[in-house]
Ligand binder design. Structure first.
Ligand code: ATP
Ligand code: MG
Length: 434
């Protein structure tokens, strides 16, 4: 037993991470960076700028912004009371509501519409399984202040470009949710239809019948499939304007050569969508195949207290996409550095560090060996680092104002068996420049 500073005995306890919340290990850093770099470059290619909002928001924001009768608000939120001031807070389960909150608070769309992207962790208390975690990451875009469908098409072009960059095969499913009044009339027809089929409804469906009947269409219960398939279709309730919106969207997507199918049962989990809804789905991830979901949410800004502002966006599940990238590209190992510098301690260590700083000034990544200066252990570390070059600051070389240099790997990471060279410190930079 150890004792702490107050002399109390401390039992040793091992505390593990939280179920469904993953560590990103250093060996996974390269693939995550590849994902985020590609995503941010692609977003920039469409003129989108980054926005960051806090991970914690007032619980009321999500209740209002997502809808009370949704899986997220009913059972997936990490909500707690701030013990200091009693405020009801929630770890964000998604980021659209927070981006809209921020845009309203800072009058972002006052002068011009906004093209925004974000990346970060989201939290949902779900049953952890492959592709479904309690902390997961989303890369998302929100276009605020655009009535569409032009910008909706741009978002679909952007996501299609991303899959191409990642070499991922995904199929696009599109649908329209029409306008609010059309949904209201469809909703009435649906309720009447489901009431007439009350004996087939399961408990979840019966509970949602009057609160969110649209979600019943989304059921995964096989006993309800046949009944749900024959339910009144929103498409038959759409007015001229909604149909024209959909037609323009489809024409734009077709002109880009993006294949899609219309899925009339695609309603999405979030309540505030209208017109465009879409999902990108792959067959490679088992039942967690949706890698991106998005759509138009024109009513949301006003619902959250802003001026009426049309908006559309999407969110991509990073873990799911990274799993697909890993399947096609392997794990992606990145070298720790380009140049590993070994030394024999004392003034050779100072020479090593001064050479390293000059190389870093020139933009190289350099590790100066730290720890045991046994030659064998330094060479083993140099090799493990996957560096292309090993520089050795040995006594005799340093005394001559020189360093020994040995090529370990070529630019593709393949091992190279090269002779050691002796070079003057001033010539090092030129050597690594090409
Ligand atoms: P699902 O039907 O898979 O639960 P959803 O409709 O709840 O998805 P959205 O809220 O639209 O998902 O989130 C967008 C994307 O974020 C999803 O398509 C998915 O790729 C990813 N995602 C959602 N929940 C999780 C989770 N718990 N773990 C990992 N990724 C997730
Ligand atoms: Mg979900």
């Amino acid at each position: 037993m150890k004792t702490d500073n107050n002399g109390t005995t401390m039992a040793k306890i091992k505390i593990n991470g939280i179920k469904g919340m993953n560590d990103m290990l250093p060996e996974e850093a390269a693939i995550w960076e590849y994902f985020t770099d590609t995503a941010r470059r692609t977003a920039a290619a469409y003129g989108f700028k980054q926005i960051r909002t806090p991970i914690v928001e007032a619980t009321g924001l999500f209740c209002r912004g997502i809808g009370e009768v949704t899986d997220i608000v009913e059972k997936e939120m990490y909500s707690f009371t701030d013990s200091m001031n009693g405020e009801a807070l929630t770890l964000r389960p998604e980021n659209t509501s927070a981006v809209v909150r921020c845009a309203i608070e800072h009058s972002l769309t006052y002068n011009a519409p906004q093209r925004l992207w974000y990346f970060g962790p989201m939290f949902r208390h779900e049953r952890p399984q492959r592709g479904r975690y309690r902390q997961f990451h989303q890369f998302g875009c929100e276009a605020l202040g655009f009535a569409g469908p032009d910008i909706d098409i741009e978002l679909l072009a952007m996501t299609a470009r991303l899959w191409k960059a990642f070499d991922i095969k995904a199929r696009l499913e599109l649908n329209t949710l029409g306008a609010l009044e059309e949904r209201a009339r469809h909703r009435e027809a649906l309720i009447a239809y489901f009431e007439a089929n009350a004996d087939i409804l399961d408990e979840d469906a019966r509970r949602r019948l009057h609160t969110n009947p649209l979600r019943i269409l989304d059921t995964k219960n096989p006993d309800m499939q046949e009944m749900v398939n024959a339910a009144p279709r929103l498409l038959d309730f759409l007015g001229e304007e909604s149909l024209a919106f959909l037609a323009r969207l489809e024409a734009g997507v077709q002109a880009l050569g993006i294949e899609y199918t219309i899925n009339p049962r695609l309603v999405r989990g979030l309540d505030y969508y209208n017109h465009t809804v879409f999902e990108w789905i792959t067959d490679c991830l088992g039942s967690q195949g949706t890698i991106c979901g998005g759509g138009r949410y024109d009513p949301l800004v006003e619902m959250l207290g802003g001026r009426p502002t049309p908006a559309v966006g999407f969110a991509i599940g990073a873990e799911r996409v990274i799993e697909l990238i890993r399947e096609t590209h392997g794990t992606m190992t990145a070298p720790d550095c380009e140049i590993y510098i070994a030394h024999q301690g004392g003034h050779t260590e100072l020479a090593a560090r001064s050479a390293a700083e000059r190389l870093r000034d020139a933009g190289h990544s350099v590790i100066v060996h730290a720890g045991s200066t046994s030659f064998k252990s330094m060479m083993r570390r140099a090799d493990q680092s996957l560096a292309q070059w090993c520089v050795i600051a040995g006594e005799s070389e340093v005394n001559e104002g020189k360093l020994a240099v040995k090529r370990l790997r070529d630019a593709n990471g393949e091992q190279v068996f090269a002779e050691q060279m002796k070079v003057a410190v001033d010539d090092l930079l030129a050597l690594f420049a090409d």
